[in-house]
Design a binder for this molecule. Structure first.
Ligand SMILES: *Cc1c(COP(=O)(O)O)cnc(C)c1O
Length: 352
């Protein structure tokens, strides 16, 4: 959304208040033009013929959004069997869906085998069980490269104490299991966190992944996960995708040369593709002045937008129905009977 002549407008020049009149409030609006801009940036940054962007749908799994991203040419990254099913409903082919669960049962993974999606295994115990049940089903392996990356501890998932992935120090154990069951490893994967600004962290992770990948001879793809940092405030910086693209492309081409075959490079961005596309419109029901604070109580709550309460996330809040006049500081709260704050004075230092 941007301001033009004192009016907030959506990308295509649509007045959001007109949409409120038509659809009511609270209202989510997703601008496909923003998703397309971000997708095009990625595909330009990594100038490789064999590039696949798998949208990580836990960022936003609205089926209309999935259909739109499919129309752009993305695959889908899923973390639960339900997400894999939504992906199929949205029209993705099974081999365009990669399923990367963590700590789910082997029964759920068996359902993914039935769906025919790509399966990414992230622990040795499941690898062993999977190998004895489905030795001929090609798999991907999630490696933990032990790097500390991510905007905060809840979204950093690649460090040494993290529950995600198989430690790259345990590669000999992976090989032992693979050999015992005569399994085929078609992909190597990492995903180290969200909100990673420093591209050197990606590059370090990539080097570790290349080392591991070299020892697997049947690879079709290497998947570098995601975690690209997006701006939440005007002055926020974001991952320099263009620079990362240039550097990874060079290193990836060098790797493929050594490996003897052109592999597919995969990424699975969630936030990068969709976070700047969303606007959530609510109406103020009550303005409540207490002895210390002025609250604006809105017709929604953490049931509709949980990130501020769950992660202390920052979301920019603006008054779109009144852009002129004197500004005043409000604490914007929802209607849930727990602390339910979208943002306000004390949240100024929130940073994601
Ligand atoms: C969450 C997740 C992603 C996407 O992370 P973003 O920070 O939204 O880009 C990618 N891969 C896996 C396995 C994930 O769990």
């Amino acid at each position: 959304m941007h301001i033009e002549n004192d009016k907030y407008l959506l990308e295509g020049g649509v007045d959001p208040l007109v949409l409120v009149k038509k659809y009511g409030c609270p209202l989510y609006i997703y601008e496909t033009s923003v998703m397309k801009r971000q997708y095009d940036r990625l595909t330009k940054a990594f100038h490789l013929k064999k590039l696949k962007i798998n949208y990580a749908c836990k960022a936003l799994n609205n089926i209309a959004v999935l259909k739109y991203l499919k129309s752009l040419g993305t695959g889908l990254d899923t973390v639960s069997i339900q997400e894999a099913r939504i992906g199929l409903l949205a029209g993705f082919q099974p081999d365009e869906i990669i399923y990367t669960p963590n700590c789910v049962s082997i029964e759920e993974i068996s359902q993914a085998v039935e769906l025919g999606v790509k399966i990414n295994i992230d622990n040795l115990s499941i690898l062993e069980q999977f190998g004895s049940l489905y030795p001929h089903y090609p798999i991907c392996i999630r490696i933990n490269p032990h790097i500390m990356a991510g905007g905060n501890s809840k979204i950093s998932v690649g460090h040494i104490d993290s529950k995600f992935g198989i430690s790259f120090h345990q590669t000999p154990l992976i090989h032992r299991i693979i050999k015992a069951h005569d399994m085929t490893v078609e992909g190597i994967h990492m995903h180290t966190g969200s909100d990673i600004l420093d591209i050197d962290v990606f590059l370090q992770g990539a080097e570790i992944l290349f080392q591991v990948a070299e020892e697997f001879k049947d690879l079709q793809y290497i998947d570098f996960g995601s975690g690209f940092k997006v701006p939440y405030k005007e002055e926020d910086i974001e991952t320099d995708i263009e620079e990362l693209g240039e550097k990874i492309t060079v290193r990836f081409n060098e790797f493929c040369e050594r490996y003897g075959r052109k592999l597919t490079l995969m990424f699975e961005p969630g936030k990068f593709l969709v976070s700047e596309s969303g606007v959530f419109l609510v109406k103020v029901n009550v303005v409540k002045q207490t002895t210390s604070t002025v609250f604006a109580g809105v017709d929604s709550g953490l049931n509709h937008l949980i990130r501020p309460m769950l992660y202390d996330s920052y979301h920019k809040i603006v008054n779109i129905s009144k852009t002129e006049g004197r500004s005043r500081i409000y604490t914007v709260v929802g209607y849930i009977c727990e602390t339910d704050t979208f943002g306000g004075q004390s949240q100024n230092d929130r940073n994601q």
